[in-house]
Design a protein around this ligand. Structure first.
Ligand code: SF4
Length: 356
Protein backbone atom coordinates (compact mmCIF):
# COMPACT_ATOMS: atom_id res chain seq x y z
CA UNK A 1 0.00 0.00 0.00
CA UNK A 2 1.23 3.50 -0.90
CA UNK A 3 1.79 6.03 1.85
CA UNK A 4 -0.03 9.35 1.71
CA UNK A 5 3.09 11.21 0.65
CA UNK A 6 3.31 9.16 -2.56
CA UNK A 7 -0.29 9.66 -3.49
CA UNK A 8 -1.35 12.48 -5.77
CA UNK A 9 -3.07 15.40 -4.06
CA UNK A 10 -6.32 15.22 -6.07
CA UNK A 11 -7.86 18.40 -4.69
CA UNK A 12 -4.93 20.47 -5.99
CA UNK A 13 -5.47 19.31 -9.59
CA UNK A 14 -7.28 21.60 -12.02
CA UNK A 15 -9.93 19.97 -14.17
CA UNK A 16 -7.47 19.68 -17.06
CA UNK A 17 -4.82 18.19 -14.79
CA UNK A 18 -7.36 15.74 -13.38
CA UNK A 19 -8.32 14.61 -16.88
CA UNK A 20 -4.67 13.95 -17.71
CA UNK A 21 -4.08 12.19 -14.40
CA UNK A 22 -7.11 9.89 -14.76
CA UNK A 23 -5.87 8.89 -18.20
CA UNK A 24 -2.60 7.63 -16.69
CA UNK A 25 -4.57 5.23 -14.47
CA UNK A 26 -6.67 4.00 -17.38
CA UNK A 27 -9.86 5.97 -16.64
CA UNK A 28 -11.97 7.87 -19.16
CA UNK A 29 -11.71 11.65 -19.30
CA UNK A 30 -15.43 12.25 -18.72
CA UNK A 31 -15.04 10.88 -15.19
CA UNK A 32 -12.91 13.93 -14.39
CA UNK A 33 -15.87 16.29 -14.59
CA UNK A 34 -17.91 14.12 -12.20
CA UNK A 35 -15.07 13.78 -9.72
CA UNK A 36 -14.18 17.48 -9.93
CA UNK A 37 -17.77 18.37 -9.14
CA UNK A 38 -17.77 16.10 -6.10
CA UNK A 39 -14.57 17.69 -4.84
CA UNK A 40 -15.14 21.37 -5.62
CA UNK A 41 -18.92 21.89 -5.78
CA UNK A 42 -20.45 19.21 -3.58
CA UNK A 43 -17.43 19.47 -1.27
CA UNK A 44 -17.10 15.72 -0.62
CA UNK A 45 -14.78 14.72 2.19
CA UNK A 46 -14.28 11.12 1.06
CA UNK A 47 -14.32 9.09 -2.14
CA UNK A 48 -17.14 7.00 -0.68
CA UNK A 49 -19.47 9.99 -0.90
CA UNK A 50 -19.10 9.96 -4.71
CA UNK A 51 -22.13 7.78 -5.18
CA UNK A 52 -22.43 8.10 -8.95
CA UNK A 53 -19.06 6.35 -9.31
CA UNK A 54 -18.79 2.57 -9.07
CA UNK A 55 -17.48 1.08 -5.85
CA UNK A 56 -14.55 -0.27 -7.83
CA UNK A 57 -13.58 3.17 -9.13
CA UNK A 58 -13.92 4.72 -5.67
CA UNK A 59 -11.54 2.11 -4.26
CA UNK A 60 -9.12 2.75 -7.10
CA UNK A 61 -9.23 6.51 -6.51
CA UNK A 62 -8.56 6.02 -2.82
CA UNK A 63 -5.50 3.93 -3.59
CA UNK A 64 -4.07 6.42 -6.11
CA UNK A 65 -5.04 9.77 -4.64
CA UNK A 66 -4.89 11.61 -1.36
CA UNK A 67 -8.00 13.63 -0.49
CA UNK A 68 -6.85 16.54 1.64
CA UNK A 69 -9.36 17.88 4.17
CA UNK A 70 -8.99 20.13 7.19
CA UNK A 71 -10.79 19.27 10.44
CA UNK A 72 -12.32 21.54 13.03
CA UNK A 73 -10.40 21.47 16.32
CA UNK A 74 -11.81 24.43 18.22
CA UNK A 75 -14.25 27.26 17.61
CA UNK A 76 -15.00 30.55 19.33
CA UNK A 77 -18.27 32.18 18.49
CA UNK A 78 -19.05 35.85 19.08
CA UNK A 79 -22.30 36.52 20.88
CA UNK A 80 -22.29 40.07 19.50
CA UNK A 81 -22.16 39.60 15.75
CA UNK A 82 -21.94 35.87 15.04
CA UNK A 83 -18.31 35.96 13.92
CA UNK A 84 -16.71 32.56 14.42
CA UNK A 85 -12.99 31.92 14.75
CA UNK A 86 -11.86 28.38 14.02
CA UNK A 87 -8.75 26.36 14.59
CA UNK A 88 -8.41 23.80 11.82
CA UNK A 89 -6.17 20.77 11.90
CA UNK A 90 -4.24 20.00 8.70
CA UNK A 91 -3.59 16.39 7.62
CA UNK A 92 -0.05 16.44 9.12
CA UNK A 93 -1.27 17.69 12.52
CA UNK A 94 -0.34 21.35 12.09
CA UNK A 95 -3.05 23.88 12.92
CA UNK A 96 -4.22 27.09 11.23
CA UNK A 97 -6.71 29.82 12.08
CA UNK A 98 -9.67 30.84 9.96
CA UNK A 99 -12.51 33.27 10.56
CA UNK A 100 -16.09 33.30 9.32
CA UNK A 101 -17.78 36.71 9.34
CA UNK A 102 -21.46 37.12 8.63
CA UNK A 103 -22.51 40.30 6.86
CA UNK A 104 -25.83 41.32 5.33
CA UNK A 105 -24.32 40.94 1.87
CA UNK A 106 -23.08 37.40 2.54
CA UNK A 107 -20.48 35.36 4.31
CA UNK A 108 -16.90 36.47 4.28
CA UNK A 109 -14.02 34.21 5.29
CA UNK A 110 -10.46 34.95 6.29
CA UNK A 111 -8.02 32.12 5.63
CA UNK A 112 -4.36 31.34 6.31
CA UNK A 113 -1.73 30.72 3.64
CA UNK A 114 1.13 29.35 5.76
CA UNK A 115 1.70 27.59 9.06
CA UNK A 116 3.48 30.41 10.90
CA UNK A 117 5.26 33.19 9.07
CA UNK A 118 8.85 34.30 8.62
CA UNK A 119 8.19 37.99 7.98
CA UNK A 120 8.63 39.03 11.61
CA UNK A 121 6.16 41.94 11.80
CA UNK A 122 6.51 43.23 15.35
CA UNK A 123 2.79 43.54 16.12
CA UNK A 124 1.87 40.04 14.92
CA UNK A 125 1.53 36.84 16.94
CA UNK A 126 1.63 34.60 13.86
CA UNK A 127 5.33 35.11 13.35
CA UNK A 128 6.52 34.46 16.92
CA UNK A 129 7.44 30.84 16.18
CA UNK A 130 8.72 31.53 12.64
CA UNK A 131 7.57 29.68 9.52
CA UNK A 132 6.74 25.98 9.81
CA UNK A 133 5.63 25.38 6.22
CA UNK A 134 3.59 26.61 3.29
CA UNK A 135 -0.01 25.52 2.93
CA UNK A 136 -0.78 23.42 -0.11
CA UNK A 137 -3.34 24.65 -2.64
CA UNK A 138 -5.66 21.87 -1.52
CA UNK A 139 -5.40 22.95 2.12
CA UNK A 140 -6.24 26.56 1.28
CA UNK A 141 -9.21 25.40 -0.80
CA UNK A 142 -10.44 23.17 1.98
CA UNK A 143 -10.27 25.99 4.54
CA UNK A 144 -12.95 27.71 2.44
CA UNK A 145 -14.85 24.48 1.75
CA UNK A 146 -14.89 23.56 5.42
CA UNK A 147 -16.16 27.00 6.42
CA UNK A 148 -18.92 26.69 3.84
CA UNK A 149 -19.80 23.17 5.02
CA UNK A 150 -19.84 24.24 8.68
CA UNK A 151 -21.90 27.37 8.09
CA UNK A 152 -24.26 25.67 5.67
CA UNK A 153 -24.25 28.86 3.61
CA UNK A 154 -22.40 29.98 0.53
CA UNK A 155 -19.13 31.86 1.00
CA UNK A 156 -19.20 35.05 -1.06
CA UNK A 157 -16.01 36.88 -0.06
CA UNK A 158 -12.52 35.65 0.74
CA UNK A 159 -9.68 37.51 2.37
CA UNK A 160 -6.28 35.89 2.52
CA UNK A 161 -5.14 37.74 5.60
CA UNK A 162 -4.83 35.00 8.19
CA UNK A 163 -1.50 33.51 9.21
CA UNK A 164 1.26 33.75 6.63
CA UNK A 165 2.48 35.93 3.80
CA UNK A 166 0.66 34.69 0.66
CA UNK A 167 3.37 36.07 -1.67
CA UNK A 168 5.86 33.86 0.17
CA UNK A 169 3.74 30.89 -0.98
CA UNK A 170 3.13 32.40 -4.37
CA UNK A 171 2.47 29.45 -6.70
CA UNK A 172 0.08 27.67 -4.35
CA UNK A 173 -1.75 30.89 -3.60
CA UNK A 174 -2.20 31.84 -7.29
CA UNK A 175 -3.43 28.35 -8.12
CA UNK A 176 -5.85 28.58 -5.20
CA UNK A 177 -7.30 31.83 -6.61
CA UNK A 178 -7.72 30.33 -10.07
CA UNK A 179 -9.41 27.20 -8.72
CA UNK A 180 -11.74 28.85 -6.19
CA UNK A 181 -12.92 31.32 -8.85
CA UNK A 182 -13.25 28.70 -11.58
CA UNK A 183 -16.65 28.14 -13.21
CA UNK A 184 -16.21 24.43 -12.56
CA UNK A 185 -15.70 25.01 -8.83
CA UNK A 186 -17.25 27.33 -6.24
CA UNK A 187 -17.08 30.13 -8.81
CA UNK A 188 -16.37 32.88 -6.27
CA UNK A 189 -15.83 36.14 -8.12
CA UNK A 190 -12.21 37.30 -8.16
CA UNK A 191 -13.53 40.76 -7.38
CA UNK A 192 -14.61 39.38 -4.01
CA UNK A 193 -11.15 38.07 -3.17
CA UNK A 194 -8.57 40.20 -1.34
CA UNK A 195 -4.97 39.25 -0.70
CA UNK A 196 -2.80 40.99 1.81
CA UNK A 197 0.97 41.37 1.54
CA UNK A 198 3.64 42.98 3.69
CA UNK A 199 5.29 44.17 0.47
CA UNK A 200 7.32 41.54 -1.39
CA UNK A 201 7.94 43.71 -4.44
CA UNK A 202 8.93 41.15 -7.12
CA UNK A 203 5.92 38.95 -6.27
CA UNK A 204 3.56 41.94 -6.28
CA UNK A 205 4.79 42.79 -9.77
CA UNK A 206 4.43 39.18 -10.85
CA UNK A 207 0.87 39.11 -9.50
CA UNK A 208 0.02 42.17 -11.60
CA UNK A 209 0.89 40.09 -14.67
CA UNK A 210 -1.29 37.09 -13.78
CA UNK A 211 -4.44 38.46 -15.39
CA UNK A 212 -6.41 38.18 -12.13
CA UNK A 213 -8.84 40.78 -10.83
CA UNK A 214 -8.39 40.33 -7.10
CA UNK A 215 -7.82 43.21 -4.68
CA UNK A 216 -4.33 43.78 -3.35
CA UNK A 217 -4.06 45.03 0.23
CA UNK A 218 -0.68 46.36 1.29
CA UNK A 219 0.29 46.22 4.96
CA UNK A 220 1.81 49.68 5.14
CA UNK A 221 1.72 50.51 8.86
CA UNK A 222 4.16 53.46 8.70
CA UNK A 223 4.57 56.48 6.43
CA UNK A 224 8.36 56.25 5.99
CA UNK A 225 11.16 53.68 5.85
CA UNK A 226 12.67 54.75 9.15
CA UNK A 227 9.51 53.96 11.11
CA UNK A 228 8.43 51.06 8.95
CA UNK A 229 11.65 49.14 9.46
CA UNK A 230 11.11 49.28 13.24
CA UNK A 231 7.87 47.32 12.99
CA UNK A 232 8.34 45.42 9.72
CA UNK A 233 11.73 43.81 9.08
CA UNK A 234 10.70 43.29 5.41
CA UNK A 235 11.33 47.03 4.99
CA UNK A 236 15.05 46.24 5.17
CA UNK A 237 14.72 44.42 1.86
CA UNK A 238 12.23 46.62 0.01
CA UNK A 239 12.15 50.40 0.25
CA UNK A 240 8.79 52.02 0.73
CA UNK A 241 8.98 53.88 -2.59
CA UNK A 242 9.60 50.60 -4.45
CA UNK A 243 6.64 49.01 -2.66
CA UNK A 244 4.37 51.93 -3.58
CA UNK A 245 5.61 51.80 -7.19
CA UNK A 246 4.69 48.09 -7.25
CA UNK A 247 1.20 49.02 -5.97
CA UNK A 248 0.84 51.65 -8.71
CA UNK A 249 1.92 49.03 -11.24
CA UNK A 250 -0.69 46.58 -9.90
CA UNK A 251 -3.36 49.26 -10.26
CA UNK A 252 -2.22 50.13 -13.80
CA UNK A 253 -2.32 46.51 -14.89
CA UNK A 254 -5.54 45.40 -13.18
CA UNK A 255 -7.57 48.57 -12.64
CA UNK A 256 -8.13 47.35 -9.07
CA UNK A 257 -7.90 50.02 -6.38
CA UNK A 258 -5.19 49.27 -3.79
CA UNK A 259 -6.16 48.94 -0.16
CA UNK A 260 -3.53 50.27 2.27
CA UNK A 261 -3.72 48.64 5.69
CA UNK A 262 -2.45 50.74 8.57
CA UNK A 263 -2.38 49.29 12.10
CA UNK A 264 -2.41 52.03 14.67
CA UNK A 265 -0.03 51.51 17.59
CA UNK A 266 -0.20 53.93 20.48
CA UNK A 267 2.60 56.51 20.35
CA UNK A 268 4.42 54.67 17.56
CA UNK A 269 2.69 55.45 14.27
CA UNK A 270 -0.55 57.17 15.28
CA UNK A 271 0.62 60.77 15.61
CA UNK A 272 -0.67 63.73 13.60
CA UNK A 273 2.78 64.00 11.98
CA UNK A 274 2.46 60.38 10.76
CA UNK A 275 -1.03 61.08 9.39
CA UNK A 276 0.25 64.13 7.48
CA UNK A 277 3.19 62.22 6.09
CA UNK A 278 0.90 59.37 5.03
CA UNK A 279 -1.39 61.87 3.31
CA UNK A 280 1.52 63.28 1.30
CA UNK A 281 2.56 59.76 0.35
CA UNK A 282 -0.84 58.69 -0.95
CA UNK A 283 -2.20 61.99 -2.26
CA UNK A 284 -3.76 61.67 -5.70
CA UNK A 285 -3.72 57.87 -5.70
CA UNK A 286 -6.94 55.98 -6.34
CA UNK A 287 -6.74 54.00 -3.13
CA UNK A 288 -8.39 53.19 0.14
CA UNK A 289 -6.84 53.32 3.61
CA UNK A 290 -8.02 50.87 6.23
CA UNK A 291 -7.10 51.94 9.76
CA UNK A 292 -6.79 49.01 12.16
CA UNK A 293 -6.71 49.64 15.89
CA UNK A 294 -4.02 47.09 16.80
CA UNK A 295 -4.79 44.23 19.18
CA UNK A 296 -2.18 44.02 21.92
CA UNK A 297 -0.23 40.75 22.19
CA UNK A 298 1.33 39.82 25.47
CA UNK A 299 4.77 38.97 24.01
CA UNK A 300 5.24 42.53 22.71
CA UNK A 301 4.57 45.77 24.50
CA UNK A 302 2.48 47.49 21.83
CA UNK A 303 -0.62 49.28 22.97
CA UNK A 304 -3.75 50.11 21.09
CA UNK A 305 -4.22 53.76 20.01
CA UNK A 306 -6.75 55.80 21.93
CA UNK A 307 -10.13 56.54 20.36
CA UNK A 308 -9.11 60.21 20.05
CA UNK A 309 -5.90 59.47 18.21
CA UNK A 310 -7.68 57.11 15.84
CA UNK A 311 -10.30 59.73 15.00
CA UNK A 312 -7.69 62.51 14.58
CA UNK A 313 -5.68 60.31 12.27
CA UNK A 314 -8.74 59.61 10.15
CA UNK A 315 -9.71 63.30 10.03
CA UNK A 316 -6.30 64.33 8.74
CA UNK A 317 -6.48 61.78 5.92
CA UNK A 318 -9.99 62.85 5.03
CA UNK A 319 -8.95 66.51 4.88
CA UNK A 320 -6.46 65.43 2.28
CA UNK A 321 -9.23 63.69 0.32
CA UNK A 322 -7.99 60.23 1.04
CA UNK A 323 -10.59 57.53 1.17
CA UNK A 324 -10.36 56.06 4.68
CA UNK A 325 -12.28 53.78 7.01
CA UNK A 326 -11.63 52.42 10.48
CA UNK A 327 -11.85 48.66 10.34
CA UNK A 328 -15.00 47.51 12.02
CA UNK A 329 -14.14 45.17 14.79
CA UNK A 330 -15.75 41.80 14.31
CA UNK A 331 -16.08 39.36 17.18
CA UNK A 332 -14.71 41.75 19.81
CA UNK A 333 -15.81 39.40 22.60
CA UNK A 334 -13.61 36.63 21.14
CA UNK A 335 -10.94 39.16 20.68
CA UNK A 336 -7.88 37.06 19.99
CA UNK A 337 -5.54 38.91 17.64
CA UNK A 338 -4.44 37.16 14.48
CA UNK A 339 -2.24 34.20 15.28
CA UNK A 340 -3.01 34.11 19.00
CA UNK A 341 -5.47 31.21 18.88
CA UNK A 342 -2.99 29.00 17.07
CA UNK A 343 -0.20 30.10 19.37
CA UNK A 344 -2.13 29.42 22.56
CA UNK A 345 -3.21 26.05 21.16
CA UNK A 346 0.36 25.00 20.30
CA UNK A 347 1.70 26.34 23.63
CA UNK A 348 -1.00 24.33 25.44
CA UNK A 349 -0.17 21.18 23.47
CA UNK A 350 3.53 21.58 24.20
CA UNK A 351 2.85 21.93 27.93
CA UNK A 352 0.72 18.77 27.81
CA UNK A 353 3.49 16.91 25.97
CA UNK A 354 6.08 18.00 28.54
CA UNK A 355 3.80 16.98 31.42
CA UNK A 356 3.14 13.51 30.03
S1 SF4 B 1 1.43 40.47 9.66
FE1 SF4 B 1 1.29 38.93 8.05
S2 SF4 B 1 3.29 39.05 7.01
FE2 SF4 B 1 3.54 40.10 8.99
S3 SF4 B 1 4.31 38.49 10.35
FE3 SF4 B 1 2.05 38.53 10.57
S4 SF4 B 1 1.33 36.96 9.16
FE4 SF4 B 1 3.44 37.45 8.58
Amino acid sequence: MQSNTEKIDIKALTLEELKASLKTIGEKEFRAKQIYEWLHVKLARSFDEMTNLSKELRTKLASEYELVCVTELERYESKIDGTVKFLFRLPDGNVVECVLMKYHHGNSVCISSQVGCRMGCRFCASTLGGLTRNLRTSEMLDEVYQLQRLSGERVSNIVIMGTGEPMDNYDNFVKFVRMISSLDGLNISQRNITVSTCGLVPKMRALAEEGLSITLALSLHAPNDEERVKIMPVANSYKLQDVLNACDYYYEKTGRRISYEYSLVDGVNDTAACAKELSRLLKGKNCHVNLIPVNPIKERDYKRSTGNNIQNFKNILEKNRINVTIRREMGSDINAACGQLRKSYTDKTMVQEVEQ
